[in-house]
Design a protein around this ligand. Structure first.
Ligand code: NAD
Length: 372
């Protein structure tokens, strides 16, 4: 870390982003008041709303500042019909994918835990989800979302042709593989690599590289492979089989939304996206819930803030060296949902349906109680 006072840039974004970030900032402030957590925190505009107001997704110079921040805490971006209204070069040059690419945060870590009090909130049977504790490691700066060529062209006969390219190089596969194997070493020692090697050449290469990496550097870690279609089925059929699941950008995007059903809702899953360490050992980090801007519930006080609150928890552990505080926060979240306070997405018969703010109130009440 560059100086003793870490700096955090908060990007609320669009839709429910500002709602879940507002509550998470209250949690940050609780840690500042009660746990001597001293950080320089400031908020910046980013996203579709910013574009409507200023013609830019973010002000000039902000990207460079994000590169220097110890923590970037982000809500969500996106709006209805955005892809039609906003010029492609703005979306590509200043959007979320550009931020991830510029920050080189290629390792997206998405823990999926089945908290016991939410067993009945999951659409999956409790006997299947009980005890699930897995991590999806999604490659975040390559593959289909960045590959060239890409675009839509008009053919001579007036029809159109849309193209995206699924492309990886061996160093890209090795570096995300290392993140997964190293993580597995601190956990239960099992990596499942997910690809589509039966029909995609890039998948074949992905699989060969994962095998070579395991044999050379991680012989103590067990590696198995699944085709993505089978993986999608196994996640709901027998999720306890997974420890660390590593996959590419597109498959990771889809599979982790699916895996969120294990935790009860998309509104429960946090993430950390990390770069390689710099010469001071500091990794750039973007901390954000895995969900999007949820325009269908924005502005109604229905959004679950827990995914964003737990994303701050990941920053406490991974960027701020405060593992005990991260654990305290997770315990408070579990106690808050155990007390029956639920946003609509995780409600069940007998629970009290609460607003976004009241959900955060319940977490704060548990933090107070646990540290009394
Ligand atoms: P979404 O994740 O926004 O929502 C999917 C469903 O989950 C919706 O029904 C929504 O109401 C629900 N949901 C999401 N977060 C929730 C929460 N915290 N609490 C309760 N319910 C929640 O995905 P979408 O509807 O496909 O996309 C909406 C917009 O978000 C699009 O513009 C998309 O591009 C964008 N998006 C952004 C990100 C990001 O910023 N990281 C990620 C995914 C999608």
């Amino acid at each position: 870390m560059k100086n003793s006072r870490p700096n955090m840039i908060v990007l609320p974004g669009d839709g429910i982003g500002p709602e879940v970030i507002r509550e998470t900032v209250r949690i940050v402030e609780w840690f500042a008041r009660h746990r001597r957590f001293d950080c320089e925190m400031r908020e910046e505009q980013f996203g579709v709303q910013s574009w409507y107001k200023t013609g830019r997704f973010m002000r000039e110079g902000l990207m460079e500042e994000l590169m220097e921040a110890d923590v970037v805490l982000f809500g969500a971006m996106g709006g209805d019909g955005e892809h039609r209204a906003i010029p492609n070069e703005i979306r590509r040059g200043q959007g979320l994918l550009a931020v991830r690419k510029s920050m080189a945060v290629y390792a997206n870590i998405r823990p999926v835990k089945a908290f016991a009090p939410l067993a009945k909130a999951s659409p999956l049977r409790a006997d299947l989800t009980e005890g699930v504790d897995m991590v999806v490691v999604r490659e975040l700066t390559g593959g289909m979302y960045f590959g060239e060529p890409r675009g839509v062209e008009t053919l001579p006969d007036g029809e159109k042709r849309g193209v995206n390219t699924h492309v990886y190089t061996t160093p890209e596969v090795r570096r995300i593989g290392r993140v997964a194997f190293e993580l597995a070493r601190k956990r239960r020692g099992q990596v499942t690599s997910v690809d589509k090697a039966n029909v995609m050449e890039s998948g074949m290469m992905w699989r060969e590289e994962m095998e070579a990496l395991q044999a050379k550097e991680f012989p103590d870690i067990k590696l198995n492979h699944l085709y993505v279609d089978n993986a999608a089925m196994q996640i709901v059929r027998n999720p306890r089989q997974f420890d660390v699941l590593v996959t590419d950008n597109l498959f990771g995007d889809i599979l982790s939304d699916e895996a969120s059903t294990i935790a009860g809702s998309l509104g429960m899953l946090p993430s950390a996206s990390l770069s390689d360490p710099d010469e001071d050992g500091r990794r750039r980090g973007l901390y954000e819930p895995i969900h999007g801007s949820a325009p269908d519930i924005a502005g109604q006080g229905k959004a679950n803030p827990i995914a964003t609150i737990l994303s701050f928890g990941m920053a406490l552990e991974l960027a701020l060296d405060r593992k005990d505080d991260a654990k305290l926060l997770e315990d408070a979240v579990i106690a808050a949902v155990a007390s029956g306070h639920r946003t609509p997405d995780i409600a069940e018969p007998g629970s009290t349906i609460v607003s976004t703010t009241a959900m955060a109130d319940a977490v704060i009440a548990e933090l107070d109680r646990m540290t009394r």
